[in-house]
Every structure is written in C-alpha cells, then in structure tokens.
Design a protein around this ligand. Structure first.
Ligand code: 1WB
Ligand code: MN
Length: 341
C-alpha cells in the first residue's frame, strides 16, 4: 500500500537562524519556550528542556529518505515547521516564506515520487501572501498551503485575512492549519506542566481557530475552501455534537451570527484532518465513523514523532481495504493534488 504521510515537518537554515533571533528577543510568546529549546543551543531552558529536533528538520537526504525506505513510507508531504514565519516582522516573513517555498519546490522536483510540499506565506501581509499563494500553486507547483495558528494574536476569521482565503479557494489549495502555542491572550493557565505545546495547548489553539472560522461565517463567504488540520482533528470531532447544538442555540439568542449551514456541516464539508501524533486506534475508528472516511488522512508528524510506530499503527489498524486505501493515500492524492501511482 502506498503510504503518503501528510504532516511532515521540515525547515531551512535561514528560517532556523531567524528563530534563534526570536529565542534571544524580549518576546513573551509561549512559542519562545519551544523556539529556545530547538533553535538556540546556548539558551537557558531550565524547566523546559533542550529538544534535539533541528537536525531532523533540516535534513532530507541523509536520514529522512533512508528512514522512509526502511519503514516503507512512499512520500512525505513537507511543511515548513511551526511557528513558520509568523513570529517575524512582515517583510522578513514574506521573504523567508518565498525562500522556503523555492527550496521546497527544488526538493519536490528532484524527488517527485518521494516529496510533495505545502507552501508558506506571511499572513501579516495578506496582499503579498495572496500573490505568493498564486506562485506556490502556479509556477512552483506545490500541493497546498500551511499556516501555523494565530499571527500576532489574530485568527483567520478576521476580514483582514480574506485575500489569503480568497486566493486559497481560487487556486484550489487546501490550507493546512498546523498548531503553534496559544496566543498571548489565550495562554494564561497553559504555561505550566508542559501544557503549552503538543500535549494540550496546540489543540486548544487550533480548535479555537477552527471554531472562530466556522461560527464566524468564513465558509459562507468561501464555500469551496478546504481546511486541513492535524492531530485527529484537534479534538473537534469528539465535541462536534455539542459544538453544533450550542452554536445553534447561540444563533437563536443572537450571541453568534446566523450562518447558512450548521457547524457540523461546515466541519464535514470544509475540513479534512490527519492522524498526526495520535496513534490511537479507537480514536481513529471513531473519527472515521463519525466524520466519514473521505475526511481522514494518515500522517506521522516526523521528526516530532518517530516514523516506525506511526507506520505500524496504520498498518495494523482494523479497517476495510477501501478504508485503508483512502487513509494511506487516496484522500491525500485528492486533497493535495498528488498524482496517483
Ligand atoms: C512538537 C510537535 C513540537 C510539533 C513542535 O514544534 C511541533 C513536540 C514546532 O512534539 O514537541 C507538531 O508539529 O506536532
Ligand atoms: Mn506537526
């Protein structure tokens, strides 16, 4: 079975160097803990810890490809890893997104059956972002887009980001919303016990973004927009009944705007999600039965998650052949414009 892994983190030295500057800046962002741990070898990370991910992020040929071969992974859909360019000023972010997109396109051109990629853009410069999106989906021939949570505290339901959503919809680019740590206004009680990142904070951050977009009517304005999220849907599939019920109540009493479709319909029609970092067969079975097999895609989350257990998880998952086909590559090919074999 062709295995296409759809949330595979990668970076370039220029972005890593700029993140090292962020690590040494006065920023109070919750992301800074992680940025210090990964990008600044000399940083004092007492109470947080160093994390040895950088070499894996910067590498394609030396370790990643051989490990893909060893584990039977046909393809990685690469993403410039979180927080991407979103902590930089708008000009630096715009330039570094373009540079990363160029490098990514080179890798995909060199290994067309092994790597596909999602392009980056600077959300804080929406008009230039829209131009870059056209380049990503046109000239560069990449497979979609990625954004990492909020940008300086702003979420994608804000009308200032409409040029970006418009360009994504017009070019047929699926927009992957990958997590970063919760924004300054959301972070309060998430700062302790390692709750800032993958254990909990990331899901709170992206789940909040998803609900703001659904309840804010984004998909009435951009009905053909497809959003992908990771981590088994960032908890939303497990809460969709209550989200749906309570949003409908909120609409009746005027606490939320009237929308053309229900929250459940938006989630079903405008979202797909991957299994990244959630290797739990009960959660996957529920997600498929609840949201439909067309909406669920396999991913590893390399190098944050090791490849081998993620492959063992999907290969041992009890499902029909049609479901396995959809999970392992069929849905990825459809959603990310990857040529079938
Ligand atoms: C981790 C996971 C760190 C992800 C990340 O930093 C990202 C982690 C950007 O496991 O610590 C991720 O992509 O899920
Ligand atoms: Mn990830």
């Amino acid at each position: 079975m062709r295995l296409i892994a759809c949330e595979e983190a990668w970076s370039i030295p220029e972005v890593a160097a700029e993140l090292k500057n962020v690590a040494r800046s006065p920023s109070q962002s919750l992301d800074k803990l992680l940025v210090k741990g990964i990008y600044d070898a000399e940083a004092d990370t007492a109470g947080y810890g160093k994390m040895d991910f950088l070499s894996g992020l910067l590498d394609v040929e030396e370790r990643r490809l051989p490990e893909m071969d060893r584990c039977g992974v046909a393809m990685h859909l690469l993403t410039l890893t979180a927080p991407g360019v979103q902590m930089f000023d708008a000009d630096t972010a715009t330039d570094l997104a373009a540079l990363a997109n160029d490098r990514m396109a080179e890798i995909c051109a060199k290994y067309p059956t092994r790597f596909a990629g999602l392009g980056s853009f600077a959300p804080h410069s929406p008009k230039r972002a829209a131009k870059e999106i056209e380049r990503v989906m046109g000239e560069l021939g990449l497979n979609g887009l990625v954004v990492n949570g909020h940008t300086h505290g702003d979420y994608l339901d804000d009308y200032r980001f409409w040029p970006i959503l418009e360009a994504a919809e017009a070019t047929g680019a699926t927009l992957y919303i990958h997590p970063r740590a919760p924004s300054d206004t959301l972070k309060g009680p998430l700062q302790d016990y390692a709750m800032d990142s993958a254990m909990w904070g990331y899901g709170v951050e992206v789940g909040t973004m998803m609900l703001r977009m659904m309840a804010g009517g984004v998909f009435d304005r951009f009905p053909k927009l497809t959003i992908c999220v990771g981590h088994m849907g960032e908890m939303v599939p497990f809460f969709i009944w209550r989200i749906n019920f309570m949003n409908s109540r909120a609409q009746k009493v005027g606490r939320a705007p009237k929308t053309q479709r229900s929250m459940e319909e938006y989630f079903r029609d405008n979202f797909v999600f991957t299994t990244s970092g959630v290797e739990d067969p009960l959660a996957l079975r529920y997600a498929i039965d609840r949201m439909g097999i067309d909406n669920v895609i396999w991913a590893i989350d390399y190098p944050y998650q090791p490849m081998e257990p993620a492959v063992a998880f999907i290969e041992s998952f009890a499902c029909t052949e049609a479901e396995r086909h959809a999970l392992c590559h069929g849905n990825a090919e459809r959603v990310f414009h990857i040529a079938p074999e």
